[in-house]
Design a protein around this ligand. Structure first.
Ligand code: CS2
Length: 505
């Protein structure tokens, strides 16, 4: 079963004698911490959010908090965790309030009030479906990560996915996000209630289109009439969200306690930069997000591609190559001038050309991303970024490789990132560390077969189901550069491979 898990952990115990953050205790919060200026009790639940992990609480929930503060009370959030009770249990004693720390040159703190209710789908499935079917719920947002969409690499519903198999047999008591959406929509149709808008906020190319595909194909297997109704009545806008959100750690907890004087079981931290670009296609209303700084647009595509390829791609390079170099955080990598020169070369010479003509200044975008990586107030663990590589690399790196091959552009540095992922997996398996990835069993098997022989190791990774397009893997230029990169790391080490690439630049 796929897991939608927030990989940071809540605090199990309230610290010392400090009061716990809540509606009541907030009156005594220390002066420097901003608190909701609106009456939460007056707010209606207009948004159901699937996957209320750290990113949602640092990003969309904050834009919604701004909307509520501006006086439109229709848009409070009901958050639904699909598998883990951690968020619900941590925030219940706090009336679902939590503190956001915004880490820049200085640190700012703000209590977020937009989440009105938190549910756990495995225990409160009937309530979740009631919320999805309620006429007050006009938008369903999702951050369920790449794997939560239950799609095959070609973008179709994976009918063999265990959660989908379960839901097809028992559609009234679903476990997958797709199953919940469709059951909620079915009940709306039966009750004559207008459809909701389903807004994916995950890091996928064409996230709305992919969500629509999963939902409609699943519905089609249950009831083609329902599938046609969904196609006609529901909207699935694309969106791109961006704000670096490191997992909660002890430093954050003590920072928050010092600043607020209250105990918070699960504060959240992020950089000051926060961007949300949303395709303006909603079926029954939306908040005035533009007044809260959201870019509402007709085409999210360029923003999404620039972000996935120029921010998340280099992030994954840092995660794999940086870990092999012995670094633990993004800021440590950012302090290595050679590494950063390599990254910049990759961004400018291999990623930028594949993006073609864009309505953004890509050189400025690259510089701003590099300076965000250098934010030394943030301790962003490379291990957090390294999770789920099999799901992330296709969107972050492999699309660029495909485009560059067809346009005759360079792919040397991109291949070094892929080879670093292979070495990372091999090293983790050999050292007995956990692999956090939906394909973990297959990756563990491959890692244990790798011996350092380039040809056979590369062949093992090529057998991985659903990551590499077989035609790409066989493409001679790609294959030979991948072998070369793999061998370079094997013989020179990751740091030596970077020096070698820089000397060839
Ligand atoms: C990161 C992203 O963990 C990861 O894989 O690359 O979470 C990244 O920090 C966000 O997309 C930034 O908006």
């Amino acid at each position: 079963m796929s897991q939608t898990r927030d990989h940071s952990t809540p605090l199990s115990q309230g610290a010392e004698d400090r009061p716990v953050l809540s509606e009541q205790s907030i009156a005594g919060i220390a002066g420097g911490v901003a608190v909701p200026s609106y009456d939460r009790a007056q707010c209606l639940t207009g948004i159901v959010h699937l996957g209320p992990g750290a990113f949602h609480r640092a990003h969309q929930a904050v834009f919604v908090d701004d909307v509520l503060a501006r006086g439109d009370k229709r848009w409070a959030i009901c958050g639904v965790s699909l598998h883990s009770s951690e968020v619900r249990d941590a925030l219940a004693p706090q009336d679902n309030l939590y503190t956001l720390a915004i880490l820049d040159d200085s640190v700012r703190f703000r209590v977020i009030g937009s989440i009105r209710e938190l549910l756990l789908a495995t225990e409160q499935s009937a309530t979740v479906i009631r919320r999805l079917a309620s006429p007050a719920s006009k938008i369903v947002t999702l951050t369920i990560t790449e794997k939560g969409y239950c799609l095959t690499p070609s973008g179709n519903l994976n009918e063999d996915h265990p959660d989908i198999r379960h839901d097809l047999l028992d559609p009234r008591a679903p476990v997958s996000a797709i199953g919940f959406l469709v059951e909620g929509l079915r009940q709306r149709r039966v009750g004559g209630i207008v459809s909701f808008t389903a807004l994916s906020c995950d890091n996928l190319t064409d996230n709305g289109k992919r969500l629509a595909c999963a939902v409609v194909q699943y519905a089609d297997l249950l009831d083609p009439g329902l599938a046609r109704w969904i196609e006609n009545e529901t909207r699935f806008p694309n969106s791109m969200g961006d704000s670096i959100t490191p997992a909660t750690d002890d430093l954050l907890r003590s920072r928050v306690e010092q600043a607020s004087g209250l105990t918070d079981a699960w504060p959240i931290q992020r950089e000051a930069f926060s961007q949300w670009v949303v395709e303006d296609r909603f079926v029954c209303g939306r908040p005035s997000w533009e007044d809260a700084g959201v870019t509402m647009t007709g085409d999210v595509g360029p923003f999404e591609q620039a972000k996935l390829r120029l921010l998340n791609g280099p992030h994954s390079t840092m995660a794999y190559l940086g870990t092999l170099c012995g670094y633990q955080t993004v800021a440590e990598v950012a302090g290595d001038a050679d590494f950063m020169a390599h990254l910049k070369n990759m961004m400018r010479e291999e990623i930028k050309p594949g993006l073609g003509k864009m309505p953004l200044n890509l050189d400025q975008y690259i510089d701003s991303v590099l300076s965000r990586f250098g934010n030394s107030t943030i301790s962003h663990q490379l291990s957090q970024i390294a999770w789920d590589g099999s799901q992330k690399l296709p969107f972050r790196i492999l699309g660029t490789v495909q485009d560059n091959l067809s346009q005759g552009q360079g792919i040397e540095r991109l291949c070094l990132t892929i080879a670093a992922w292979f070495h990372f997996i091999r090293w983790r398996v050999h050292d007995g560390h956990e692999i956090v990835d939906p394909l973990a069993p297959a990756l563990e098997q491959i890692g244990s077969l790798c011996t350092g022989n380039t040809q056979t190791d590369i062949a093992h990774f090529g057998e991985l189901d659903g990551v590499f397009d077989p035609a790409l893997y066989r493409e001679p230029h790609f294959h030979s550069l991948l072998c070369r990169s793999y061998e370079m790391i094997e013989t020179l080490g990751a740091r030596g491979a970077i020096t070698q690439m820089l000397s060839e630049a």
